[in-house]
Design a protein around this ligand. Sequence first.
Ligand code: ZN
Ligand code: ZN
Length: 339
Amino acid sequence: MKAAYYTNKEQLELVELETPKIGWGEALIKVKYTGICGSDLHVYHGAHPTAKFPVVPGHEFVGELVELNDSSVNDIKIGDTVVVQPFFSCGVCEPCITGNDNVCQELKLLGAHCNGSFAEYVKVPAKKMYRIPKDVDVKLAALAEPLAVAVHDVRRSQLKVGQKALVIGGGPIGLFIAMVARLVGAEVYISEVNEFRLNYAKDMGFKTLNPKDEDFDQQVKTITNGKYFDVVFEVSGSKTGAASMTKLAKISGMVVIVGMAGDNYPVDLMSVFTKQLKLQGVRIHTQEAFAAAVDILVSGELNDQLYKLISKTFALEDIKAAFEYMHTNTDHFKILLEV
Ligand SMILES: [Zn+2]
Ligand SMILES: [Zn+2]
């Protein structure tokens, strides 16, 4: 099969690989569309903490079920269109048996620890497939995985209708979170410095803030009646985002850590103490959150907004051009590969 392959750090090749063979509990998917995620670029640059080379990247995809070796899966048939929660978990560790297999001790992420979806075929855990009805646009279904990330993050934030939420970082995941936060009835603000992203967020109907504005703090106080935000999502993964997130949350508020942080991040723990804040980590998504994301897709509720997030589609063969585009042009959101 045709596949994009990271042979080593910053070494991307288009190669012929053997089509994966599936064992019990596994399924083979013929990939149709697959999104390029920030974390695929992290792996490429050798910046992912645990990814191994060589590897086929990619974990956001939609495709057709072509082979199934699991008799317990009977709601999905060969030929169905499916999306997949893209990781293997051990099934026996404490997180796994308590329903939290997204933090399994032996977690293997597709596209980082085992071969992913930038290929004609990908091997997946059969239990992690979700059927997509024929009337859903397959291109939109390729967004199920990042949408599930947002559903998981908003659920863990305990954000409620009528509350004010701030999303620090208006990239693709920031916008997905903002969309889901708005869906639960919150008033959502996006904080971003990049003009293109600010305009995009405004165009999608979100209120925006630019932390570089001299009167940023005054703006926040005015918006929140001097109380700051009920929930702050730190999605930027930047040191400035980490330094400001605790200041921007109200007393007894919630800060959700979404962006992948590096070492020595400047978190103001004194604020966590004096304001009695809650700090919530979030990793990937639970099965519950993934199922909810699929329901949202099927409902069509967010379709207009989701279409706006797809900036460009490249053929898998043109993956080098797609990477080049993403590295030289910051003015884009989701880039898809068509396989
Ligand atoms: Zn992703
Ligand atoms: Zn486990």
